[in-house]
Design a protein around this ligand. Structure first.
Ligand SMILES: [Zn+2]
Length: 404
């Protein structure tokens, strides 16, 4: 995968030399290139971090290939919790820190988002570089530095290490379970509202905005929407488009050292639900599955807001800036696809399209609409709606005036 001219321009602006970007290889058979890369870099002792599923999907095959090329391999199979899941929590982090031999040259994250988050944290703490070997196009965080970790039952994102290389084997990605690919698409779909929230925050909350970073993230989104049929087929062409979009979005975050282009109110809702599931010791849901559903709910809320809000009633902080920008904000929200269209996209790729499908009860959605804006000190339209609301936001949302 070549870095785009926009990416090179963005990197230059931030004083980042293109050589410090991870090497990116997205192609069928990419697994077979890893041994040569490690030998070229003089990395002869590798630790593979995986779980039972990703060991079967790629880990065992990769280990055998590396050993054939005289690389010493130590494997760590992360243990699942009582829900049969691996979380990026203390148990997993300590397992990797304990089981990694002292003289390791490189960690290889063989898995989806969670295994990458565990590995990127340990990579930084052990001062050992890591190579990303995604086994599913499930999330946009493979190349970013932020690791969302669950510590003492609370989720927090810690800035850690980015991979030195990404080897995304299309044969492996195409064979991934469909919900994982669908979640990757959901994470991308969330850019509709994250980009909107960023622009609103810049206008109303005075947050720094970067037009090129926004444009690049928008390009990732548009490409996936234009090729939703191919992504739904999960063939190599479609999965390549999705994976490149996820990586591009992640690289923008890596350069900015900031997740803002890719994370707005839809991510705040997702985080709120996730924390609730953690507090109640429930099974975790795929990140992108929550984000995709949350994006359609947030879109519906914003469109209702535009139709129901009387700007003359705005008072307090933010009111003047909101009123000064109201015409543009209204147009930006009107330009969002309808919630029904967003749900249609999700259904096309086989992603859950409603909170019922992911088992999030209406009361929890309602609580999140009223409280999730507290999670981050970021201005979003959700934050503004909560500033100006006269009563609690109810859920299901009331019909839009225009659709009655
Ligand atoms: Zn995300």
């Amino acid at each position: 995968m070549q870095l785009s001219a926009d990416m090179l321009a963005l990197a230059e602006e931030y004083g980042i030399h293109p050589d410090t970007f991870p090497r990116l290889q997205i192609e069928a058979g990419a697994l077979t290139s890893i041994a040569a890369y490690l030998n070229e870099k003089g990395m002869s002792k590798a630790v593979l971090i995986m779980d039972a599923q990703t060991r079967a999907a790629a880990g065992d095959r990769l280990a055998a290939q590396l050993e054939r090329e005289n690389i010493q391999v130590h494997t760590i199979e992360l243990l699942a919790n009582h829900h049969g899941q691996v979380n990026a929590d203390e148990a997993a982090l300590v397992q990797v820190l304990v089981e990694t031999p002292m003289d390791t040259d490189v960690l290889l994250a063989v898995g989806a988002g969670t295994i990458h988050d565990i590995t990127r944290f340990c990579s930084q703490k052990l001062s050992v570089p890591f190579v990303a070997v995604p086994t599913a196009a499930s999330v946009d965080g493979f190349t970013s530095k932020g690791a969302p970790l669950i510590l003492r039952g609370v989720k927090q994102t810690i800035q850690t290490a980015a991979p030195v290389a990404v080897f995304a084997d299309l044969d492996v990605l195409c064979a991934a379970p469909r919900p994982l690919t669908a979640a990757g698409f959901g994470d991308i779909l969330g850019k509709f509202t994250s980009l909107l929230d960023w622009e609103i925050s810049a206008r109303v909350g005075g947050e720094a905005y970067h037009a090129l970073a926004a444009k690049m993230t928008r390009h990732s989104l548009d490409t996936c929407i234009d090729h939703v049929d191919e992504i739904a087929k999960a063939d190599k062409a479609g999965i390549r488009i999705l994976m490149e979009a996820l990586i591009e979005s992640g690289l923008v975050m890596q350069v900015l050292d900031y997740s803002r282009p890719a994370s707005g109110a839809e991510h705040h809702l997702s985080h709120y639900w996730e924390m609730h599931l953690l507090e109640n010791d429930k099974r975790q849901l795929l990140h992108g599955a929550k984000v995709g559903v949350a994006c359609s709910i947030i879109t519906e809320l914003y469109k209702n807001w535009v139709e129901q809000f009387d700007p003359s009633e705005a008072k307090g902080a933010y009111a003047a800036a909101l009123l000064a920008n109201w015409d543009e904000i209204r147009l930006m929200i009107a330009a969002l696809p309808t919630p029904e269209t967003l749900q249609y996209y999700l259904e096309q790729v086989g992603a859950p399209a409603s909170t019922e499908e992911i088992g999030i009860p209406s009361e929890l959605v309602q609580d999140s609409l009223n409280e999730a804006y507290h999670l981050r000190d970021r201005c979003t339209a959700l934050f503004l709606i909560n500033q100006f609301k006269r009563e609690q936001i109810s859920y299901p949302l009331q019909d839009r005036i225009g659709s009655r």
